[in-house]
Design a protein around this ligand. Structure first.
Ligand SMILES: CC(C)(COP(=O)(O)OP(=O)(O)OC[C@H]1O[C@@H](n2cnc3c(N)ncnc32)[C@H](O)[C@@H]1OP(=O)(O)O)[C@@H](O)C(=O)NCCC(=O)NCCS
Length: 226
């Protein structure tokens, strides 16, 4: 689409300046106004089509469907499990968000992992989806401890990464993992993620400081086979 001509932008700015002056806008008000305007303009940009249309994702052993209101108690139970709680923890503060906060955050895209029978077993998510930059943070959880270590997390994460790339238009997917969470680090490597950095003693969990690894998958690099 051709850019809007400068003359049109100036005419619109002039109209807004006149209106602002009638409200008594000062310079600080204009700075705040521009910031609100940018937020609104970015919020109004729709996600690339598809997140709704392309779920459920059908794999051989697992499927991923949209989250239903009736899932909340189960998700809450999974995310308070000693390992499941990492799904909710903030990478910068180590403190936990609530399931409701995550589900209600418009920047989150979440999916429930199920067995082909329909039994829910886990959760996958993109947090802080940055539509402008095409970036998001990946989280994953096999909520039923007895079903971990059977390849289901790898399959669910692979489906979800494909969804991120093809349906959400992500260009870069990143994640943070405890350096000691070796299953998760290996799983990420299998999917093509590379370590991008070590955040030393980044979070304190149960009074112990832990290093976090930041891992990333750049879609161009993946398709170019680099
Ligand atoms: C991290 C997590 C999602 C991984 O899911 P998972 O289903 O346990 O992972 P997988 O079974 O796919 O992979 C784990 C291991 O099982 C192996 N495995 C066992 N049986 C398998 C099978 N039938 N097919 C394939 N792999 C199998 C995998 O090869 C892998 O081995 P490796 O780690 O030695 O390479 C899960 O352990 C979890 O929910 N942990 C708690 C939350 C968490 O830490 N989330 C990540 C941060 S957000």
């Amino acid at each position: 689409m051709a850019p809007i001509p400068d003359t049109t932008l100036r005419a619109l700015a002039h109209t807004l300046l006149t209106q602002g002056a009638s409200y008594g806008f000062g310079f600080q008000d204009w700075v705040r106004f521009v910031s609100v305007l940018l937020d609104e303009a970015l919020e109004a940009r729709p996600l690339p089509q598809a997140s709704a249309g392309s779920l459920p994702l059908l794999g051989e052993h697992v499927q991923v469907r949209t989250v239903l209101p009736t899932d909340r108690p189960l998700l809450q139970a999974w995310c308070t499990d000693p390992r499941g709680r990492y799904f909710l923890s903030s990478r910068s503060t180590g403190s936990a968000h609530s399931v409701d906060e995550l589900l209600d955050d418009p920047r989150s895209v979440l999916g429930v992992v199920t067995l082909p029978s329909g039994r829910p077993i886990g959760l996958v998510g993109y947090l802080q989806v940055d539509r402008e930059q095409g970036r998001a943070e990946l989280r994953k959880l096999i909520g039923e401890p007895s079903l971990r270590g059977r390849g289901l997390g790898t399959e669910a994460a692979r489906l979800w990464v494909g969804h991120g790339i093809h349906a959400l238009g992500l260009r870069k997917i990143f994640l943070y993992t405890l350096a000691t969470n070796s299953e998760n680090v290996r799983l990420n490597q299998r999917l093509g993620f590379r370590v991008e950095g070590v955040l030393r003693d980044e979070v304190v969990i149960d009074d112990v400081a832990h290093d976090l690894l930041r891992m990333g998958l750049v879609v161009e690099a993946l398709t170019a086979g680099r």
